[in-house]
Design a protein around this ligand. Sequence first.
Ligand SMILES: [Zn+2]
Length: 201
Amino acid sequence: MLQCNCSIFGDETTREALVIDPGDQIDRVLAVLAKHGLRVKAIVITHAHIDHIGGAAKLKAATGAPVYMNARDQELYDHIGTQAAWLGVEEPESTEIDAPADGGGTLVFGESAFHILHTPGHTQGSISLWIPAENKLIAGDTLFRDSIGRTDLPGGDSREILRSIHSKLLTLPETAIVVPGHGPNTTIGREKERNPFLQRF
Ligand SMILES: [Zn+2]
């Protein structure tokens, strides 16, 4: 319903996959994995909003893969029933978080490293994933094309999100492709130059 982007990275040699933000429609995610003969090694959550984490329990049950999330979003996840009620949707099944996604940590996967950047502001536990081998950033709901994440929900902080973006994301190569949690892809260079929320610094 909220059109969250779910990303699946598959390693062509090991056939291992990483799934980021399985919000819903797990049948579709499983179909993509089956089509490419991929086995899920990890499920990574950029932050604990229902549209990003709602399908995690179902995907974990289907694949046995561990779920990674930053511990600072645990409280938000514990209140996923409240999030569901706000949206008027059914509360999804919850799961244990198996491993913390801490800033400075790295998930090594096939030949690629996924660097975890702690980018609080949209939520306290929001993370972004920087994949140098792919020149790609998974930005969750921190940075969008022409916009930034909203900060008016519990745990949001408008100064902090700008600090996160300026210190951790805009310092990446300008050619880096940004895959936001919603909407079309962009690049770091484009957002540096044109994003209206980032021009006043
Ligand atoms: Zn969100």
